[in-house]
Design a protein around this ligand. Structure first.
Ligand code: NAD
Length: 365
């Protein structure tokens, strides 16, 4: 076996964990390694002031370990603010497993991962994210109770994606109300980028309301399936960002609102499910505001999934899940109005409310 030897002078090039670009006073970062199963995982626990750190596990073929650390730090921080703005008593955490979910995910690896989660005694509670399924979480549940997103037949709340999509739909309607004076999406041209679990469900809501939906994805088969099911249009061009549209709904990747795309955007509203849509929260949030594009903060409107898994911890049912998710409409409108009153971006307005909730709880302690 060849071991990569890093010259000590090269070490200076690498920021250690506490100096990582995405490090934001995370409470704990746990590196998990198991030679027998090949498990290499990182659990980021950003903040536990409001409660245990809950966030999904992502399995991804990262180009480097630094990229994995960065992802765990960035995603766990995002969960802190998502839970706080949604009014849940949860902190922010996220786990990443390094590897290809299609070829390297084995039951043994998932069980070993579950044991690492268990060793944190509930400070971190896991769930599914990219590369994970409900049945993976069911397996993890056999070695630890600190897991959510498990199947309904073993007492879980099931697949969170339809609820996430419903929350995004609510947030989109609120943003439309703010931008156009009406939340009716009939006849609005909506581009949904990424028609996976959440995107497809969002397409269904939009079609039911009579919106003119255009879909894009890198998976042609899925495009055709979703088109045939809902009678929507497949995007045939090669630059979605320059198209005439009323609403842009990023439901695939993060960072699609960036230096390269922002000047082309003609949409009046951005509202989608993807995490971290703004490549740079401050710079791109400000440009959107200056351009008069109404941005529904991603971590606020895609919180349906966490509301769904929180039900497993708090023992509330579907009705309460729907009620909490519908409330995303009111919170989005409140945030957009606050942003205008205070002369800040919508992202900043949402972030400030989340942070003040955390600060208030810290004071109470
Ligand atoms: P998914 O993997 O089911 O779907 C993603 C889709 O995006 C796939 O169909 C994929 O082919 C497509 N895609 C990938 N690259 C693309 C590109 N360059 N252009 C167009 N399409 C592309 O994922 P999902 O569960 O639907 O989640 C979508 C997004 O929402 C992710 O960013 C996820 O982190 C976020 N999110 C999901 C949930 C949830 O409950 N599933 C909750 C919160 C946030």
């Amino acid at each position: 076996m060849v071991t990569e030897v890093v010259d000590s002078k090269d070490l200076k090039k690498f920021a250690p964990v506490f100096g990582q670009m995405s490090f934001d006073n995370h409470e704990q970062v746990v590196f998990c390694n198991d030679k027998d199963t090949g498990l290499k995982a990182i659990i980021g626990i950003h903040n536990t002031v409001l409660g245990p750190a809950l966030g999904g596990t992502r399995m991804w073929n990262y180009a480097s370990e630094w990229e994995a650390v960065n992802d765990a730090l960035r995603l766990s921080r995002g969960m802190t603010f998502k839970a706080a703005i949604t009014g849940l008593n949860l902190g922010g955490g996220k786990a990443v497993i390094i590897g290809d979910a299609k070829t390297q995910k084995t039951p043994e690896l998932m069980l070993r991962f579950g044991e690492f989660v268990h060793s944190l005694s509930g400070k971190y509670i896991t769930a599914e994210d990219v590369g994970m399924t409900t049945s993976d979480m069911d397996l993890v549940r056999t070695v630890t109770p600190f897991v959510t997103g498990i199947s309904e037949d073993i007492g879980g709340a099931g697949n969170p994606s339809p609820i996430t999509a419903y929350g995004v739909f609510m947030g989109m309607k609120a943003a439309a109300k703010y931008a156009y004076g009406s939340d009716v999406l009939e006849e609005k041209v909506v581009y949904v980028q990424g028609i996976g679990n959440v995107g497809e469900s969002l397409v269904e809501h939009l079609s039911n309301e009579g919106a003119k939906v255009v879909i894009s994805d890198i998976n042609q088969q899925r495009l055709e399936e979703v088109r045939d099911k809902y009678g929507v249009t497949i995007y045939e061009g090669d630059n979605i960002y320059a198209e005439d549209m009323d609403i842009y709904a990023p439901c695939a990747l993060g960072a699609t609102v960036n230096d390269g795309t922002i000047s082309q955007l003609k949409a009046k509203v951005i509202a989608g499910a993807a995490n971290n849509q703004l490549a740079d929260e401050n710079i791109h949030g400000t440009i959107l505001r200056e351009k008069g594009i109404v941005y529904a903060p991603d971590f606020l409107i895609n919180a349906g999934g966490i509301i769904n898994v929180y039900a497993e911890l708090e023992n509330y049912g579907k009705q309460e899940i729907i009620r909490k998710t519908e409330n995303i409409y009111n919170t989005t409108l409140e945030i957009l109005n606050n942003a205008e009153t205070n002369g800040v971006t919508s992202h900043q307005a949402a972030f400030d409310i989340a942070q003040s909730r955390i600060d208030a709880r810290k004071k109470e302690r």
